[in-house]
Design a protein around this ligand. Structure first.
Ligand SMILES: [Fe+2]
Length: 182
């Protein structure tokens, strides 16, 4: 059984290293090496289906969250304003990367993360994720700050394409809209 309290403690120690996101990436790689154990540990801690319910630890310098996506799930474009480490332990997570110029978004790249893959995203990264296959996906996401209250975060309204202040509840609404989930 993966012990999430120990995982969080190890991440907190990693924050003190010279390269915190790389150190956390190493911890995530180890955690996803035993997907069943990680999944059981998450199931004991997750309190519901919403993004907020899936946060197993959060303070001003660290957030650990389980991200489950159903086939076809699509997030709106958003940034984090802090580094992020993504580790996929079941299925696939497609990442599209963007750049914002003169108020317009342009896609600059993409990365398909498969089971066992770990990605480190820089603080300035703007991305959207989706589940591209007919199978659920499960991932652990670790952020170098507070996912809910980090200042300076944005999301892009999928209807108007306007940049807005990030708000976790509204992000979930946009996700439902884009994914066709009522
Ligand atoms: Fe994200």
């Amino acid at each position: 059984m993966t012990d999430l309290d120990i995982f969080v403690k190890d991440c907190k120690s990693a924050l003190k290293s010279d390269d915190p996101s790389a150190a956390v990436a190493g911890l995530v790689r180890t955690a996803i090496a035993d997907p069943d154990a990680l999944d059981s540990a998450f199931k004991e801690r997750i309190t519901g289906k919403s993004l907020r319910d899936r946060i197993v630890f959060s303070d001003d310098e660290l957030t650990v969250v389980q991200i489950a996506t159903v086939p076809g799930l699509q997030s709106p474009v958003h940034n984090h304003n802090m580094w992020a480490v993504i580790g996929v332990y079941e299925g696939e997570e497609y990442n599209a990367f963007f750049e914002e110029k003169n108020g317009e978004l342009a896609q600059t790249g993409e990365k398909l993360l498969k089971t066992g893959d770990v990605a480190v995203l820089a603080p300035e990264t703007i991305h959207a994720i989706n589940n591209p296959i007919e199978q659920k996906s499960n991932a652990i996401h670790v952020y170098g700050g507070n996912l809910v209250s980090r200042e300076g975060r944005s999301m892009w309204n999928p209807r108007t394409k306007e940049q807005e202040d990030y708000e976790i509840g509204q992000l979930s609404e946009y996700t439902k809209e884009l994914s066709g989930i009522a």
